[in-house]
Every structure is written in C-alpha cells, then in structure tokens.
Design a protein around this ligand. Structure first.
Ligand code: URA
Length: 262
C-alpha cells in the first residue's frame, strides 16, 4: 500500500457527537445532549459546541471524566421487548415491530439477534455485527437463555424432570435443560398475571441453549402445561437490567466483551 493510501485510510477528524455515538456512548441525539450538558471534554476542556470536531488518533475524549475510545465500529444494545411487537425490522402489513422502538435510524444495519414471539417480553439483543450474531446463533455455540414462564397448572416433580432430560417435539427431542419452579418472590419477573387465573398456576424458570421456534411453549405443552406469559431475562452472559419495558440501552464495554467471548 502506498503512503498516499495509508493517509486516506487514516480516520479523519469527525464531529464529536458522531465519535461518541460510534464509540457506543449514546445515540447521536443522546451524545449531543451529553455535550450540551457540559459532560464531555476533549483534551481536558469541556466542549459544548455541537459542530466541534475531534481527531480520534490524537484527541483524548472523556465523558464524566471517563476516557472514551472508538470501538470496532459496531453497536450492541439490549431491548426490553414489550408484548405485542413482532421481532422484525419491517412488516409489509404495517404491524407493530421492534424496529419502531430501537434507534434504527441512528444505527443503520441494526438487527435483532434471534427472535422472541410477539407475545413474549424481555431481553432482545440488537447489533450491527453480523459475524458476532452468526456466532451467537450457531447451534454449536450453545448460548444459554433463561426464560420465566407463567403456566396453567402446577408441574409435578416428574414433569420437571422430563423437561430437564428432554421432551419429544415435532422436530426432535429438546436438549437437556435447567428447569425449576420459581418462588412467589421471583414471580415478579413475569410482568402481569392475567385476571381469571388466580389459582392453579405456576411460574417456571427454564434455561435452554437451543433456539427452535416456540421452543419453551412447545416444551411445556409437551408435559401438559400451557404457557400464558413468557419473559426472557438472560441471554448468554447478558442479564436484563437497567432498562424498562419498551426501552433499550447500549451494552457496557464489559457486557460487549463478555458477549464476544461467549
Ligand atoms: N420460546 C418460545 O416459545 N417463545 C419465545 O419467544 C422464545 C422461546
């Protein structure tokens, strides 16, 4: 490569809010808010001017005193998916889909890693990193996912044991799973217990590493228990936290690193 090309490939000075968004600090708009709030410094000097530029190779940018560096250029965020939204970025029939909740315009190429049913709530990972998504979804990667299911009836110890060992589904046996009945305290993880079922229900926690369609519902149906509400609170090393239903947040550096080594 000639010296001229090297010079062209060097990251050129960019707008500060773009730098912050690319570093995964916040969306472009959120980064502007951080700047106008006086929380961003460049080489130790507070910068509130929205047109300001930085050279990522030379300047030291900090938010609230913490130095920020450009990441691999990809974005990673978790959505706390509400009920009633399709896991898709477009829908030809105009139905509500998760694309309307996540900042798809700020981060072109953002897509969900795997899917949750329309009536399932909870942790849905989004990224622009196709390679990582492919790795996480590959069956050989065995990413464990934890679900909390409100079911009709109370599963017996024998039924829970069958779920642990694997149950027949119409596309083969389910792989061994971790399954337990949750205590009333933990039931808070299921957002709403519908009216009309105050008795004869149970809350089951399941960890599975497969990702077959409607897998949890089909596993529980296979032992005779209909799922009434389903919520995912863990995806691999990620735990749903710090994000209200219907909201999203960018992953921290630690969460991103944990995902990459999953
Ligand atoms: N299993 C299901 O049945 N539904 C989901 O949305 C996720 C896992």
């Amino acid at each position: 490569m000639s010296a001229g090309n090297e010079a062209e490939e060097r990251i050129v000075p960019m707008r500060l809010q773009r730098f912050l968004a690319r570093a995964g600090v916040a969306s472009r708009r959120g980064s502007e808010n951080l700047m106008t709030a006086g929380r961003v410094t460049v080489n130790g000097v507070v910068v509130t001017e929205l047109g300001s530029k930085v050279d990522p190779l030379v300047d030291e940018v900090a938010v609230d005193g913490k130095v920020v560096r450009l990441s691999d250029g990809h974005v990673y965020l978790m959505l706390n998916k509400p009920r009633g939204y399709l896991t898709t970025m477009t829908d030809p029939y105009g139905r509500a889909c998760v694309a309307s909740i996540v900042p798809a315009d700020s981060y072109p190429g953002l897509f969900p890693v795997g899917r949750l049913d329309t009536d399932t709530t909870g942790l849905l990972l989004f990224t622009t990193n196709g390679d990582l998504a492919h790795h996480l979804l590959h069956p050989s990667t065995h990413v464990w996912k934890h679900y909390v299911a409100l079911v009709r009836g109370v599963p017996t110890a024998a039924q829970l044991e069958r779920l642990r060992k694997g149950v027949p589904l119409d596309d083969g046996m389910s792989a061994p799973a971790e399954v337990r009945l949750l205590s009333p305290d933990e039931e808070a993880a299921v957002p709403v217990i519908p009216e009309g079922m105050p008795y004869g229900h149970a809350v089951v926690g399941l960890s599975i590493h497969e990702g077959k369609k409607h897998q949890v519902k089909r596993m529980l149906a296979a032992v005779g228990h209909e799922v009434v509400r389903l919520h995912r609170d863990e995806f691999g090393p990620l735990v749903l936290s710090g994000v209200q239903p219907g909201c999203w947040r960018l992953l921290s550096d630690d969460e991103r690193r944990a995902l990459e080594s999953a």
